[in-house]
Write a protein that binds this ligand. Structure first.
Ligand code: B12
Ligand code: SF4
Length: 472
């Protein structure tokens, strides 16, 4: 018979280093990860669960708990190790899971009492039972993959902090593709899973507020499923967004049903306008020559496009920054997440670059895509890549560019303009440090003195220590 009172206490931590906090806060991220609310829901009743999301809360190392579970992506891994050390010093058992643990379980094992590789639903209860018996193993990896049926309601009551929206869920898990740089194929083993549509609908009905995010990796992976889902959620009158690949743009029924069901924007991993780079990255399902038409088709259905824009692929030369900004301005792209390429450990691209002697550092905190370049690019220096990315982001979100893009898009103008201005202001806070590498090293003049001081400072750093310099 179950005890009336909890006998064990577990603290779940969504790890976020100080460095990335700075970036994230300024980039206005409002919606939480699903990871820990979901893991909490899979925790047996006789465990009392608490949660700390480092984006909005500080870790309390003296909280009286029996076990700590940490989720960490690669840039947060070194910070997660520091957290683990502090807890273990106090005699608390630490378990680490998430993308980095899945990619490098042996490394993570050196910093934790147990590591969870891949998906947690099936192994987490088993791990807790082992802990209770004093038989914790080092590495847990599910033999079977969870089918996502009867997914419990995520414990949103554990999410604190006033900036957070709680309209977050998934309908599908996984992605059928295997892009060279992506972690998803390892995390979910390229096996797509779909929640029963009725269960997704019931969950959304219980969610507060109107806005909703599906953190799916490719919500259009199975078009028939997606269309059934969109039809079923349409009466709920939500405004939703998710992630997808570009080819769905050519399925008019998909776009019509998505729009009718309240889809306001989709994140598309367009990555680069160079088809040669897309081919090397094993992303042949993207056709760069179609991007303008892809964006036009989304707009025709009133759906905004947020593009993932990545610089640093092997065919990117110094002109890629300018040509990319020019292209997306003329195509009326609504918004973009601009980054440098990150070769995450143990992915195919990491192995290739490592074999070519092009990995510059294994300090995982630098694998952030925003502030550091961790590999030797093929056609420019790491400094040029970082500065070019900064320059391109700033040009993309400059006021003339926002006006031009909004005039061409005309999609959801009030919120789209607000979002663009948000990015514009966030970038302005960072101070101008980038430059267009096509023009060579920037010349100092009065207007861009600060910009160049930052850029020059960064240029003088060693390749492995490359770091953006904040405006002083
Ligand atoms: C939401 C999200 C974000 C949000 C975060 C919002 C927030 N407020 O925190 C935003 C958009 C801000 C974001 C930013 C970034 N993200 Co992100 N993001 C995601 C996304 C799409 C969903 C996360 C989620 O909720 N998943 C659903 C949960 C249920 O799944 P899960 O996390 O995999 O957890 C399961 C298992 O992994 C396991 N598990 C995980 N942790 C633990 C811990 C324990 C103890 C246990 C037992 C089990 C366990 O159990 C869970 C259930 O099966 C994932 C992709 C994905 N599918 O996960 C990428 C993903 C995590 N992001 C990724 C990346 C690269 C980034 C960025 C670096 C991108 C960039 N260049 O800026 C930044 C990093 C920001 C930062 N500093 O942390 C990569 C991470 C790769 C890696 N090796 O680390 C992922 C995997 C996407 C990808 N295509 O590869 N991201
Ligand atoms: S399509 Fe997107 S989620 Fe799928 S493997 Fe490629 S980058 Fe990853």
């Amino acid at each position: 018979m179950k005890s009336k009172f909890p006998r064990y206490r577990v603290e779940l931590i969504t790890a976020e280093s100080e460095d990335s906090l700075l970036v994230r806060h300024r980039r206005l991220i409002r919606f939480p990860q699903l990871t820990m609310p979901l893991l909490a829901a899979w925790t047996p009743d006789h465990w009392e669960v608490s949660h700390t999301d480092e984006i909005v809360q500080r870790v309390d190392f003296d909280k009286p708990v029996d076990l700590v579970g940490i989720t960490a992506n690669t840039p947060a891994a070194p910070h997660a190790y520091t957290l683990a050390r502090e807890f273990r010093r106090r005699g608390v058992t630490v378990v680490i899971g998430g993308p980095h643990a899945t990619l490098l379980p042996e490394e993570v094992d050196q910093h934790a009492d147990a590591v969870v590789v891949g998906e947690g639903e099936l192994v987490w209860p088993q791990l807790l039972a082992d802990f209770e018996r004093g038989e914790l193993k080092h590495i847990y990896k599910s033999c079977a993959l969870p089918d996502l049926k009867n997914m419990p309601a995520p414990r949103w009551d554990l999410i604190k902090g006033r900036v957070y929206g709680k309209g977050v869920t998934i309908a599908t898990r996984g992605c059928p593709f295997a892009c060279e740089y992506c972690t998803i194929p390892q995390m979910y083993q390229r096996r797509m899973r779909y929640r029963p549509v009725g269960e997704v609908v019931d969950e959304i009905k219980r969610m507060p507020g109107r806005a909703l995010i599906f953190w799916d990796d490719h919500i259009g992976a199975n078009r028939a499923y997606a269309k059934e889902l969109f039809t079923a959620i349409a009466p709920l009158k939500r405004w939703w967004t998710s992630q997808c690949t570009a080819e769905v743009a050519f399925d008019d029924e998909f776009l019509t049903l998505a729009a009718r069901s309240g889809c306001k924007a989709l994140f598309l991993g367009l990555e680069t306008i160079s088809q040669a780079s897309l081919n090397v990255a094993n992303k042949r399902h993207n056709h760069a020559t179609e991007y303008r038409e892809v964006i036009r088709r989304f707009h025709a259905h009133g759906i905004a496009v947020q593009a993932g824009v990545v610089f640093g692929f092997d065919h990117d030369d110094r002109s890629i920054f300018r040509t990319t900004v020019e292209f997306y301005r003329s195509a009326g792209l609504d918004s973009a997440t601009v980054s440098v390429l990150i070769p995450f450990p143990n992915t195919p691209i990491f192995k290739r670059l490592e074999a070519e002697g092009r990995i510059l550092t294994r300090d995982w905190s630098k694998y952030n895509g925003k502030k550091d370049v961790v590999f030797q690019p093929a056609l420019m220096s790491p400094q040029e890549l970082l500065m070019g990315m900064e320059w391109a982001a700033r040009r993309f979100y400059s006021l003339p560019s926002v006006i031009e893009r909004m005039a061409r898009s005309r999609t959801g103008l009030w919120w789209n303009i607000a979002r663009n201005l948000g990015y514009h202001l966030a970038l302005r806070n960072f101070g101008e440090v980038g430059f267009n590498p096509e023009g060579g090293e920037p010349q100092l003049d009065r207007q861009n003195e600060n910009a160049c001081r930052g850029a020059k400072h960064a240029l003088t750093r060693r390749r492995t220590g490359l770091k953006l310099v904040e405006r002083t």
